[in-house]
Design a protein. Structure first.
Length: 60
């Protein structure tokens, strides 16, 4: 997932808009492609919400 600096996302807990706090790198194992192991890699942003005082992953 790519996003511009100072992008705001909705807080997953309360829904208020929050700026990106940092980015966490995630890796998921996908179904194998014949004999090849398949992995998906993504940068997932985390928001720091001032309303509910939590740092959470943004999941779309």
């Amino acid at each position: 997932m790519n996003f511009e600096r100072r992008t705001e996302f909705a807080c997953p807990n309360c829904g208020s808009t929050s700026k990106v706090y940092d980015v966490e790198r995630k890796t998921w194992r996908h179904l194998d492609f014949w004999n090849w192991k398949t992995y998906m890699h993504a940068r997932v942003p985390r928001t720091s919400c001032k309303s509910c005082n939590k740092v959470t992953l943004v999941i779309r």
